[in-house]
Design a protein around this ligand. Structure first.
Ligand code: URA
Length: 433
């Protein structure tokens, strides 16, 4: 086989076979196929798209390009959740113990944050002592024992995707549905899940800004998962404002704990209950999605979900007393109010801008090497649909420096205030099966 012939075939809109796609991905991973040929191939896919079979072959080839996690030693249906990324998205921290508390085994591999979106691992590390570097054997043992463990991503997960994503970033080929869908799904497949629930974000703070695009991506991923024998469904959820109130590592952990206690913001609770009921149903721990939701609501009101969180934290050497005493989490030195400059109604809160403002405070990494400050961040006091008077508090900055004028300006710019009343936004747009 010659790469040039395969580029030509894709350029002309023909479908590649499994053997051809395997040849490309293994050749690219081991360095036999150079970047310039792979760039041409990515651009051919960008213009010619891929068939459902080609997308599944590409996903599998990338999943098999490095380590694959074998979860067969864990009893039960292993359901993974993936979010396409948003600001203030602390869902995993609340959702994982919530579904584990009703019997769903959660063997979660998570990453660190880069840029304005935070990573679950960073957030969990704001709990004193919490350790995510546990050997695979111990990881599996903990999931069997407590139904829940979280580890940091192994370095050699889907190396083909890592290399190709880097190349796409500099060849204007990121924004391609078959390439995005296979990239995300290859990591989920390599992480060993039997079933997958996807949270595809839509709106100004999401990777996909338009609902139609988000729907197309969700459908593509659901099709790939199901074609590869993993039961997969997607929920399309709103990212026209950050999720919940808190943005920043320790602040988000506190909010997740509040949610499991039955408090906290409504949107976070609703998203966790929606995603969670599908996870519980796919894991065969409920007779219907409605039954699953009832079980989850009971786990919150009985305190069972909170107990699972404590057990999970202790098992990974963290201090479980943060659950009853969230003031033990790292706290910032200063709390600075951001005041509204005009009267009106909150029409949107551009999530990326809030994320970037939190990053400037030190909550996020500008580069992979940056250190982050786990205590800092932003707590929103006004969300979409609420009315606001000039001089009222829009948000509170939790900072370790007093000179935060740049951050205040960024937060004010993130808020769009309309003179007319604004309806509360839809949280869940659609479910894709
Ligand atoms: N996230 C991924 O993991 N891959 C993409 O291609 C885009 C977003």
């Amino acid at each position: 086989m010659r790469m040039v012939d395969l580029i030509e075939k894709k350029r002309d809109g023909l479908a590649l076979t499994k053997e051809e796609i395997d040849f490309i991905i293994s050749g690219y991973t081991n360095g036999d196929i150079p970047d310039y040929q792979m760039s041409a191939f990515a651009m051919a896919i960008f213009f010619q798209d891929m068939t459902a079979d080609e997308r599944a072959y590409l996903t599998m080839a990338m999943a098999e390009s490095g380590d694959q996690i074998d979860l067969s030693g864990i009893e039960g249906v292993k359901v993974d959740k993936h979010s396409t990324g948003g600001v203030g998205d602390k869902t995993t921290i609340a959702l994982a113990p919530l579904v584990a508390s009703v019997g769903v085994p959660v063997a979660k591999m998570s990453g660190r944050g880069l840029g304005h979106t935070g990573g679950t691992i960073d957030k969990l590390e704001s709990i004193a002592g919490f350790n995510v570097e546990i050997p695979t054997e111990r990881f599996l043992e903990l999931v069997n024992k407590n139904k829940l463990a979280v580890v940091g991503q192994t370095a050699n997960l889907t190396p083909a995707d890592k290399k190709l994503y880097g190349l796409r970033d500099v060849t204007a080929t990121v924004n391609s549905i078959p390439l995005i869908a296979s990239s995300i799904m290859s990591k989920k497949i390599a992480s060993g899940a039997n079933a997958i629930v996807l949270d595809v974000k839509t709106g100004s703070g999401a990777f996909m800004k338009e609902l139609e695009q988000s729907k197309e991506l969700a459908e593509a991923m659901v099709e790939i998962g199901n074609n590869l024998g993993r039961q997969t469904m997607a929920v399309i959820s709103d990212m026209n404002q950050p999720l919940g109130w808190a943005v920043g590592n320790a602040l988000e952990v506190k909010e997740a704990i509040d949610m499991l206690r039955g408090e906290g913001p409504d949107d976070l609770r609703e998203l966790c209950l929606t995603l969670g009921s599908h996870m519980v149903f796919l894991a065969k721990q409920a007779t219907s999605v409605a039954d699953a939701r009832q079980k989850l609501e009971e786990a919150i009101s009985s305190g069972k979900a909170l107990d699972t969180l404590k057990t999970f934290i202790s098992a990974q050497n963290g201090d479980p007393s943060v659950v009853d005493n969230p003031q033990l989490l790292p706290t910032a030195q200063f709390q600075i109010e951001v005041k509204a400059e005009e009267n009106g109604h909150v029409a949107s809160i551009v999530a990326d801008r809030i994320g970037t403002a939190a990053m400037v405070l030190g909550a996020g990494r500008a580069t992979k090497e940056s250190d982050i400050d786990l205590s800092v961040g932003i707590v929103l006091k006004k969300k979409m649909g609420e009315s606001v008077q000039a001089g009222e508090t829009l948000a509170i900055l939790h900072a370790n420096k007093e000179d935060v004028q740049e951050v205040i300006d960024r937060v004010i710019k993130a808020y769009h205030i309309s003179p007319d009343p604004v309806a509360k936004p839809t949280l869940i747009y659609e479910e894709i099966h």
